[in-house]
Design a protein around this ligand. Structure first.
Ligand SMILES: O=C(O)c1ccccc1NCC(=O)[C@H](O)[C@H](O)COP(=O)(O)O
Length: 222
């Protein structure tokens, strides 16, 4: 099965169209005010309408409370939620029940024991997304353009399905796939010309290159 491609931090119809046309599998929409990719509920709702179910949209949230979950579900109407904060397995389970949506849970990685942290989510989350762990005190849990040691995901017992993200771009995505054999690759900064400025050509070339991966560089067919 081909590795899925998620373009995160989409803010305009033009970028959504370029990503869909090039063959992206998911579009991530960020609802986190400190991010340069933050969207209002109204902007998010308009984008989801314009995508019109051609590919799944993912609302990216950081430690959302119930009120935010309800607003996102009722006004934006995404296909998935991505939880990118320090949500416990119990909180992820509660959010899934409340939203009635599948969930991608981000797990920050710096060392091997961080990969083990994913075990607590595997029965609950629909996809685990391993992302680079931000430095202590950072206000941005994702979209930082920093990578982690992909060898940490090269063990066969990494819980599936999983995605890899953090500092990916067209120049390194094939290597990331060859080392980690993921089910999903996810990119944000690596397809931008400046923080929050997605570039259509960079989006297209990331997707085209990720699609070049040989089957053995992708996950073992399941
Ligand atoms: O992208 C953001 O601004 C963001 C802000 C807060 C939480 C998560 C965020 N992004 C989540 C993603 O899925 C990113 O694609 C992922 O962190 C990788 O980002 P990058 O290293 O910039 O490719």
């Amino acid at each position: 099965m081909a590795v899925k491609i998620k373009i995160c931090g989409v803010q305009t119809n033009e970028i959504a169209e370029a990503a869909i046309e090039a063959g992206a599998d998911y579009l991530g929409l960020v609802f986190f005010p400190p991010s340069p990719r933050n969207l209002s509920f109204e902007q998010g709702a308009r984008l989801v309408k314009a995508v019109d179910a051609r590919i799944p949209t993912v609302a990216v949230l950081v430690d959302p409370d119930d009120e935010l979950i309800d607003r996102i579900v009722t006004t934006v109407n995404p296909d998935y939620l991505q939880l990118h904060g320090s949500e416990s397995p119990e909180r992820v389970a509660a959010i899934k029940v409340r939203s009635e949506l599948p969930v991608i849970k981000a797990v920050p990685v710096e060392k091997a024991e961080n990969v083990d942290d994913a075990a607590g989510y595997i029965e609950i989350a629909d996809i685990i997304l391993f992302d680079a762990k931000p430095p202590k005190g950072s206000k941005m849990p994702g979209g930082r353009g920093e990578r982690f040691d992909w060898e940490l995901l090269s063990e066969p017992d990494v819980p599936r399905p999983f995605g890899v993200s953090g500092g990916l771009d067209a120049g390194n995505v094939l290597e990331a796939m060859a080392v980690t054999h993921p089910d999903l690759v996810d990119v944000s900064s690596g397809v931008e010309s400046a923080p929050g400025e997605k570039d259509e050509e960079l989006v297209r070339s990331f997707i085209n290159i990720a699609k070049l991966a040989e089957p053995e560089e992708q996950q073992a067919a399941q």
